[in-house]
Design a protein around this ligand. Structure first.
Ligand code: PEP
Ligand code: MN
Length: 263
């Protein structure tokens, strides 16, 4: 079902009033974790002003350490809904369990399956059953075929609204948090009709590399970007080193605008 051979037309995924896989490069942005109502609403207004199309924010955080901030859960989801009402931006949130899915469907426009759950087949099926658009991140060490098979699980539930997200893979290199597999963009385009976006924030783990990798993603033909932003990255509860300030995000979107219009 994810294979281009049996479905040559590119799939367009509608999230609220935004189309992913259409003519515009869709920019999703927001904090790694929703930390407070004010932090989320301030971010929503700032990214909208800078030209972003969709607000992201984590309410259930799959942290490497069990002692790190785990997210505001349903309280965070309610702030997402409020941010959508205030700004009109559709909202996306990661789900890590069936409970999280049941809560998230009351508040968000798109579900995110994170890298660590890419092969959680039970979760994929449950996300598929909701009918909501799903952003499926590539697993930390997943091949492209494994990733497309994960997408197949969602589509097989009767939900064709899947967007793939390349967010870097594990390699021997340690200068960046992960290694951005930019060639995944043309490979996916050759094998599948599904839209693909790139997340240079998690791929590099370093804020100063986000702009060049965003430009590379657009040049490679990505349908969108996911960029982490925070009102003050120095005090972020998660992923501060890779998060952009509002000023840096505005600088990024103004650099990208002419590139996006050219394509
Ligand atoms: C995230 O988007 O905040 C996240 C945890 O990403 P990933 O699953 O790609 O690590
Ligand atoms: Mn993050």
């Amino acid at each position: 079902l994810a294979n281009k051979k049996f479905h040559p037309e590119p799939t367009k995924v509608k999230v609220g009033n935004v189309i992913i896989g259409g003519d515009t490069t869709v920019i999703m942005s927001g904090p790694c974790a929703i930390e407070s109502r004010k932090q989320l609403l301030d971010t929503a207004h700032a990214i909208k002003k800078a030209g972003a199309h969709i607000l992201r924010g984590g309410a259930y955080k799959p942290r490497t350490s069990p002692y790190a901030f785990q997210g505001l859960e349903e309280e965070g989801l309610s702030y997402m809904k409020e941010a959508r009402e205030e700004t009109g931006l559709p909202v996306i949130c990661e789900v890590t369990s069936l409970n999280a899915i049941e809560a998230a469907i009351k508040y968000v426009d798109m579900l995110q399956i994170g890298a660590r759950n890419m092969q959680n087949f039970y979760l994929l099926k449950e996300a598929g059953k909701t009918g909501l658009p799903v952003l499926l991140k590539r697993g930390l060490s997943a091949t492209i075929d494994e990733w497309l098979n994960a997408a197949e699980y969602i589509i097989a539930e009767g939900n064709p609204n899947v967007v793939l997200c390349e967010r870097g893979i594990r390699t021997f290199e340690t200068a960046t948090r992960n290694t951005l597999d930019i060639s995944a963009v043309p490979v996916i385009k050759s094998k599948s009709h599904l839209p693909i976006i790139v997340d240079p924030s998690h791929a590099t783990g370093v804020r100063s590399y986000v702009k060049s990798m965003s430009m590379a993603a657009i040049a490679a033909g990505a349908d969108g970007l996911m960029i982490e932003t925070h009102p003050d990255p120095s005090i972020a509860l998660s992923d501060g080193p890779q998060s952009l300030s509002f000023e840096q995000f505005e600088d990024l979107t103004s650099t990208l605008k002419p590139l996006i219009n050219l394509l």
